[in-house]
Design a protein around this ligand. Structure first.
Ligand SMILES: Cc1ncc(COP(=O)(O)O)c(C=O)c1O
Length: 382
């Protein structure tokens, strides 16, 4: 049977291939975006897991927008305005998929920063969006380019990851957040703010979300994958009621609702007295790993490589001298370290910077040191 045209243009995921190779026990993987499973708050989940065995109603079909007690907990937690509503999704990835299917016709313009999150490019590619790009500075998107694009191209939405961007780790400055919100209002562009790494800040001061400055123009995606566990598959979408209603319709057709027992488990976890402590612990752990990796990179990388420090998240982006990054990634695998080469983070036709994305949350500090030594060795003989 012939596959749909929309799928024919999607390239097979290089990340999937590299992650498969990276599972070899001799390879240290800096390739995925995985939290460390030893940090999963299983002890904090135990009381809820036990309680769940006595609550058969939680194992019944549930409502599409989500499990009531979790929705009301999160509604208070996020301090949503009265005009807004909330929906639980099967990971924030599903939220993105629902937005793409609800709002994007083939050829509709969707703007994103480059480089960009691969999963977003896939989702918008599948609905045949016309993906426009804006370059990224150390403070967020290039504002001149952004305004010019808004004014001349009139995109329908701007997809953005303002907190600890995947793949670059960039965190937008306060002024950038305010200006982007202002431009979204002025040019009537919907902001899709994707914030899975927001809680993983380990340095500097927390900043308001971009959507705080344009709540009526934004849909926000949040995730519990990075601070609780990705296997729960729980994300949250919030926005004004008229923005979310179409998403609920599409979710009904997609999977009826996200797993209710998993939502109840997350609810118990969020209510646990020690959940905040758990987040503090993972922030400290990831900071210590980041510090080790960053200082080893500074010491060992050959000249010509450009490193950008980060204040949180899971990734460091290393610009390297011009080369075939796919070939380099293969060489690195042979030398026992997995990384992701930069071209996978750019849509077709965009100008690609030669770089590697390195994850620092899944390997131990000792492994990170070894991995950087292997990386530097291969880069020195390039
Ligand atoms: C920017 C970004 N958005 C969304 C996701 C998907 O997260 P979830 O596990 O909640 O589906 C990821 C996962 O790595 C991501 O990096």
């Amino acid at each position: 049977m012939e596959i749909a045209q929309s799928l024919q243009q999607i390239k097979s995921s290089y990340i999937r291939e590299i992650l498969a190779a990276a599972s070899d026990k001799n390879v240290i993987s800096l390739a995925g975006g995985l939290p460390d499973e030893k940090t999963f708050p299983l002890e904090l989940m135990k009381p809820t897991l036990e309680r769940l065995a006595d609550t058969p109603e939680v194992f019944q079909y549930g409502s599409t927008s989500g499990y009531g007690p979790l929705l009301s907990f999160l509604g208070d937690y996020f301090k949503l305005p009265g005009t807004h509503t909330i929906m639980i999704t099967t990971g924030s990835q599903q939220g993105l998929d629902l937005i793409a299917r609800a709002y994007v016709n083939p050829g509709d313009k969707v703007l994103m920063e480059v480089p960009s999150y691969l999963g977003a490019m896939q989702v918008f590619g599948l609905v045949q969006a016309n993906i426009l790009t804006v370059s990224q500075t150390d403070f967020g998107p290039n504002l001149e380019e952004l305004e010019q694009c808004f004014a001349e191209q009139k995109p329908k939405m701007f997809y953005a990851v303002p907190d600890f961007h995947n793949p670059t780790g960039v965190c937008w400055a306060l002024e950038t957040r305010q200006k982007v919100a202002e431009l979204c209002i002025q040019y009537d562009v919907a902001l899709i703010e994707d914030a899975p790494y927001r809680e993983l800040r380990f340095s500097g001061e927390a900043l308001p979300m971009v959507s705080d400055f344009c709540p009526q123009n934004a849909i926000v995606l949040r995730s519990f994958s990075k601070i609780a566990s990705p296997g729960l598959r729980i994300g949250v979408v919030t926005g004004k009621v008229s923005y979310l209603e179409p998403l609920i319709k599409i979710k009904q057709g997609a999977d009826l609702h996200s797993s209710v027992p998993m939502q109840a488990l997350l609810h118990g976890l969020l209510e646990h007295d020690n959940f905040e402590t758990h987040i503090t612990i993972i922030r400290e752990l990831y900071k210590s790993r980041y510090d080790v990796m960053f200082s080893e990179l500074e010491k060992q990388l050959p000249t010509g490589c450009v490193l950008r420090p980060v204040d949180g998240g899971m990734f460091v982006w290393v610009e390297i001298p011009e080369c075939d990054t796919f070939e380099l990634a293969k060489q690195l695998l042979v030398n026992g370290v997995a990384v992701v080469p930069s071209p996978v983070f750019y849509p077709e036709g965009a100008e690609v910077k030669t770089a590697l994305r390195l994850n620092f949350t899944n390997a131990t500090s000792e492994e990170l040191k070894v991995a950087v030594t292997r990386l530097a060795h291969v880069l020195h003989i390039l």
